[in-house]
Design a protein around this ligand. Structure first.
Ligand code: HEC
Ligand code: HEC
Length: 232
């Protein structure tokens, strides 16, 4: 390649990646979100992610409820730009289907949904017991089954390596758009760890080494086991 061509290509690469970063870094003003529009959009999402964003099929469809709005919006932008693979969602996130305002509205709507991980105790024979209400409440319940692994080792690793960003209870960080990991399906988290390891997703732009590479499968499994009991 001659020098001129080399610099042209280099310039193009730098320029296009800088633009990509800019598009994702554009902050959304979630306080201006139209939650009614978000609720309407959610009718489409519900087909896979559930009516309350609770996810389904043991993590084939991730939980979306209660994730930070900035994180949800960033992922939707990445899907739209084809920078994060998601065949299932391809037809729902092109520019026509998902303009920026819709991304803002659906992200704010889903972020605000709270899902219980336990049902309050109930006495079915008590006079005020309402079986239908109980059934509705149970539909919102997300309780992650205990994943196999060493809880103690997982706790130690999680606290030291992951908690500074994902929070001491795996709740994520709202203002920094860091996703919760507790209350998310184990199978889904495994799939994403593999995506980070094989370069299909970027975990931390400031860490080209990829922190997750420092652990073997057993250690990662221990961390996921610990995360699976954080919502108990
Ligand atoms: C046809 C099924 C389907 C529909 C409809 C769908 N999704 Fe998804 N979505 C998926 C799948 C599958 C994944 C997980 C992809 C993966 O493994 O990386 C996903 C992942 C996501 C994620 C990433 C979650 C995370 O923790 O990183 C977000 C955000 C999301 N979807 C939002 C939406 C929204 C908003 C809608 C409605 C506009 C929607 N999805 C409609 C199948 C669907
Ligand atoms: C420097 C901060 C930081 C540290 C430390 C960190 N993470 Fe993350 N993590 C993030 C950010 C930011 C994201 C979202 C990145 C993106 O957009 O894909 C994320 C996303 C994830 C996801 C994907 C969640 C989803 O819903 O798709 C998993 C899984 C994950 N991290 C696991 C871990 C584990 C396990 C550790 C500890 C070994 C860890 N992370 C340590 C910042 C961090």
């Amino acid at each position: 390649m001659n020098t001129q061509l080399f610099f042209n290509v280099l310039f193009l690469l730098l320029f296009s990646s800088a633009q990509g970063v800019l598009a994702q870094d554009q902050p959304f003003d979630f306080s201006g979100a139209d939650l009614d529009n978000g609720e309407e959009i959610n009718e489409v999402c519900a087909g896979c992610h559930g009516a309350f964003g609770q996810g389904g099929k043991e993590g084939e469809y991730p939980r979306l409820a209660g994730l930070p709005p900035a994180y949800l919006a960033k992922q939707l932008l990445l899907f739209r730009e084809r920078a994060r693979p998601n065949l299932a969602m391809v037809e729902y996130v092109d520019h026509r289907q998902m303009p920026d305002e819709d991304i803002r509205d659906i992200s704010a709507y889903l972020a605000a949904i709270e899902l219980p991980s336990k049902l309050p105790p109930a006495d079915e024979s008590a006079p005020g017991f309402n079986a239908y209400e109980r059934l509705l409440a149970a539909k919102r319940l997300v309780q992650i089954p205990r994943a196999p692994g060493d809880l103690k080792a997982g706790k130690r690793l999680y606290r030291r390596e992951c908690a500074p960003c994902h929070g001491s209870k795996g709740q994520g960080k709202w203002t920094q758009g860091i996703p919760r990991l507790a209350g998310q399906y184990t199978q889904y988290l495994w799939r994403q760890i593999d995506r980070y390891l094989n370069g299909q997703r970027v975990h931390d732009e400031n860490d080209p080494e990829e922190l997750l590479r420092e652990f073997n499968r057993e250690e990662l499994g221990d961390i996921l086991a610990y995360l699976s009991v954080l919502d108990d």
